[in-house]
Design a protein around this ligand. Structure first.
Ligand SMILES: Nc1nc2c(ncn2[C@@H]2O[C@H](COP(=O)(O)OP(=O)(O)OP(=O)(O)O)[C@@H](O)[C@H]2O)c(=O)[nH]1
Ligand SMILES: [Mg+2]
Length: 304
């Protein structure tokens, strides 16, 4: 435990923004551990992912969220609920944009955050500054500063870890005084099976295109320690249609095998023990639009 003084700071910080701007990359970079999956595709994150930063000055509970989109499926509506839940809890909100989008915060994000949470401490975070010529960042910052809605406008590269110390120091400066909200020796509060299912989903996002990754969810059916050491994990990959099942399995089961071995590596790194992973593919028609299926797959608040 850090020495607690009346100066100690603690609070919740939500990271919100359009899909693919780098929210999960930032969470991982700030914590120095991959907690939230990252892929090149938008709509990767589907839930609220909590990560706890601790040092001698503060405890910051970061909340990564799904990118804000117009819902087409009930799943999307649930994703927005997760983002709203994080916004409600937040003491401070990082509204993230990427410099390639000219720093114009999208109207949907604005509506959702600026109108409902204007009373909270809002920072604009401009990500991916590594990808552009530096002088191009200044006019983007200027535009955001002149709107007078943000207490701070901070350019960063989450990927290259540029300016993250400045971001952290500034966050700590604005947080309220208070004791830690969580134990100081844990990184997150989600159960191991949450991370396991996410790592499997990440490998599917990386390997398949079009509707397949978006029609996929992962459910851990068994997770037990083996007498011979390591963990035995049995997971169902749930898709919406038989054609998607065939694509995921691939010729002679090759595609599924590749997903399995890539996921196993990632899971072993995270759990720091050997893992025996078995994957099955199941069809559950239109699960993205069914309340009960979404519930069973963990897409409802309070169950992650
Ligand atoms: N060049 C560059 N790429 C980045 C940076 N941060 C993230 N990316 C890339 O942007 C892509 C999306 O990153 P994510 O962290 O998954 O983005 P996200 O905002 O969490 O996306 P959703 O969960 O879909 O809303 C990945 O390919 C990242 O490697 C950055 O600072 N610079
Ligand atoms: Mg994400």
């Amino acid at each position: 435990m850090p020495a607690l003084t009346s100066e100690f700071k603690s609070g919740y910080v939500a990271i919100v923004g359009e899909p693919n701007v780098g929210k999960s990359t930032l969470l991982n970079a700030l914590l120095g551990e991959k907690l939230s999956i990252v892929t090149a595709k938008p709509q990767t994150t589907r839930q609220r992912v909590l990560g706890i930063f601790n040092d001698e000055r503060a405890q910051i509970v970061f909340l990564d969220t799904p990118g804000l989109i117009k819902p087409k499926y009930l799943l999307h509506a649930k994703m927005l609920e997760f983002a709203d839940w994080a916004l409600e809890d937040a003491d401070l909100i990082l509204i993230m944009t990427e410099v390639g989008k000219q720093g114009t915060l999208p109207s949907e994000v604005e509506e959702r955050v600026l109108k409902r949470h204007a009373d909270k401490i809002l920072f604009a975070v401009i990500n991916k500054v590594d990808a552009v010529y530096k002088p191009h960042v200044l006019p983007v910052m200027d535009k955001l500063i002149r709107r007078n809605q943000f207490r701070e406008v901070i350019p960063i590269s989450a990927l290259k870890r540029q300016n993250l110390d400045d971001l952290l120091n500034t966050i700590i400066r604005y947080l309220p005084n208070g004791n830690p909200l969580y134990p100081t020796d844990i990184l997150s509060e989600h159960p191991e099976r949450f991370f396991v299912s996410e790592f499997i989903r990440e490998k599917i996002f990386e390997r398949f295109s079009q509707e397949v990754p978006y029609s996929t969810a992962v459910e851990i059916r068994e997770f037990k320690e083996r007498e011979t050491g390591g963990a035995y994990i049995l997971a169902d990959i749930v898709v919406e249609r038989p054609t998607q099942k065939a694509i995921l399995i691939g010729k002679h089961g090759q595609s599924l095998k590749e997903v399995g071995s890539a996921a196993r590596e990632e899971i072993e790194r995270f759990l720091q023990r050997k893992v025996f992973l078995e994957l099955f593919v199941k069809v559950r028609e239109n699960w993205r639009d069914k309340e009960q299926s979404l519930r069973n797959l963990g897409y409802h608040m309070g169950k992650q």
